[in-house]
Design a protein around this ligand. Structure first.
Ligand code: LFR
Length: 475
């Protein structure tokens, strides 16, 4: 394929961007057309995504993306909008960190049985999975179509509805073995079957721009919107610059999604109890991984301290702070909602008989060591439960920029860590489009050849990490 440009619309939990990627058989460069904050809004007690604000920013970004061959959209998973019969959005999409689904998962599990649910969807039990959000309140009578967030944006761009499978696989209502909506489960839960739109796969052309969108962005009406791994993590995993298949990965941003790539799901009881998910990847793979709380712990601490600007200084101070003074289990559900994170960390430490971290550097050290332990446990458990050997760990996404976290992860895992690319999600988004439009190069080899990567080698002291992991009940 001769070099072409692709617009990658990538919405993360804390920021969104429209990137223009130039892709050829031996070329991959990125230009940022627009970057914007993603600020959830609490109104009348409910936490919402500002989805129209995000879409407005996407249109502004596309206006600065002339000359592209296609557009792809990805975002975080599990959240959705509902359309009425005229295609109008009913209500504002609710943020997965809202409390509305609290307690729903436990009720559904009590009624249907955890293993029965896992056997169908293969999904880890997170209280905010789409299925529990949908069951948390009566659906509006007028609801006719459910669209996941990237599918909603693609609908606004093209007028076409559908459900891209990597994101559908995070709903809990997708049958991971059959590769279709889990209609029997949907019926048992008394959800209306008709709201789940036809599935589409990365590489499928969704449609071309609506005339009003073309007029507003200055892009041609004939421009296709191509389905990508619309779940951001699926796009990020496609961009892991692995050399062979014996790798683990951490897609590290607001969440750390840590695990391995498989050809088939692992649906055993042991896997369920260990908290593993079998999300669909690009190219029919399975992303076998666990959600580790991620940089959210740090982001919410900085927000509490109103100290966003002082991160570099805090990381330098954390590097000097005493090791293993206090540790938290980064999978603890108490850390999910927004709010005072340092207070929750202090409460965790007090509850578990550890010294409460004194000062910001100590809190940051605690967070980063705890995340490194979370990465280690997820990768080791994933390898053990799937039988897939892991010889190297790739960290992609914003966390690849955090040298201390990468180094601690290498030490904790006792394996080399390859960090980068930072914009893995946008790159994976663009590469899925490029493949659909004629690229023949292996995407991972192309990322490896063209992007800046940093290698961190483990510095020994495995016994200390083993002891630390045991303190918070991790492997
Ligand atoms: C990461 C991510 C995770 C998903 C979480 C909630 O951005 O998409 O994969 O579990 O957000 O949607």
């Amino acid at each position: 394929m001769a070099s072409r440009s692709f617009a990658a619309v990538d919405l993360g939990a804390s920021s969104g961007r429209v990137m223009v990627a130039r892709v050829g058989e031996d070329e991959l460069t990125l230009r940022e057309a627009r970057r914007f904050p993603n600020r959830p809004v609490r109104a009348a007690g409910t936490l919402y995504w500002d989805v129209l604000g995000l879409y407005g920013n996407v249109l502004d970004g596309l206006r600065a993306a002339d000359g592209v061959t296609s557009i792809g959209v990805d975002s975080w998973a599990v959240d959705y909008g509902l359309l009425d019969s005229a295609g109008t959005l009913l209500g504002n999409p609710v943020h997965y960190r809202d409390a509305r689904a609290d307690g729903v998962m436990d009720k559904v599990v009590a009624e249907l049985g955890a293993q029965a649910l896992y056997d169908v969807g293969g999904l880890q039990f997170l209280p905010f999975n789409t299925v529990y959000q949908l069951l948390s309140e009566p659906l509006p009578d007028a609801a006719r179509t459910l669209l996941m967030i990237p599918d909603l944006l693609a609908y606004w761009l093209t007028g076409e509805t559908g459900a891209e499978i990597t994101n559908a696989s995070t709903t809990g209502l997708y049958d991971v073995r059959a590769g279709d909506w889990a209609y029997a489960l949907i019926e048992r839960l008394r959800l209306p079957k008709g709201i789940f739109p036809p599935l589409r796969r990365p590489g499928d052309v969704i449609g071309t721009l609506r005339p009003d969108v073309a007029a507003e962005t200055g892009l041609p009406e004939s421009l296709p919107v191509t389905a990508v791994g619309s779940h951001d993590t699926a796009s990020a995993v496609l961009a892991v610059p692995a050399e062979h298949d014996r790798f683990g990965y951490v897609s590290c941003g607001t969440w750390s999604l840590a695990g391995v790539e498989l050809d088939a799901p692992v649906l055993s009881e042991e896997s369920r109890v260990a908290g593993f998910t079998n999300e669909v990847g690009v190219g029919g793979t399975i992303r076998y991984l666990r959600n580790v709380m991620g940089l959210w712990l740090l982001q919410e601490s900085l927000r509490t301290w109103r100290a966003e600007a002082s991160l570099p200084g805090l990381l330098a101070a954390a590097e000097e702070a005493p090791a293993f003074a206090a540790l938290v289990d980064p999978g603890d559900r108490a850390f999910i909602p927004p709010g005072d994170m340092p207070a929750r960390i202090a409460a965790y430490c007090a509850r578990t008989g550890q010294p409460v971290p004194e000062g910001r550097a100590a809190v940051v050290r605690c967070i980063l060591e705890s995340l490194a332990l979370g990465h280690r446990a997820a990768i080791r458990d994933a390898a053990r439960l799937s039988g897939k050997p892991v010889e190297v760990v790739h960290i992609v996404g914003g966390g690849a920029r955090n040298a201390l976290l990468c180094r601690l992860t290498a030490d904790a895992c006792g394996l080399p860590v390859v960090a980068g690319p930072v914009e893995a999600t946008a790159i994976g988004n663009a590469l899925a489009q490029a493949r659909a439009h004629g690229l023949t190069a292996d995407p991972r080899a192309l990322v490896r050849r063209t992007q800046d990567l940093t290698v961190y080698r483990p510095r020994g002291d495995e016994a200390a990490w083993d002891r630390a992991a045991r303190r918070i009940g991790l492997s």
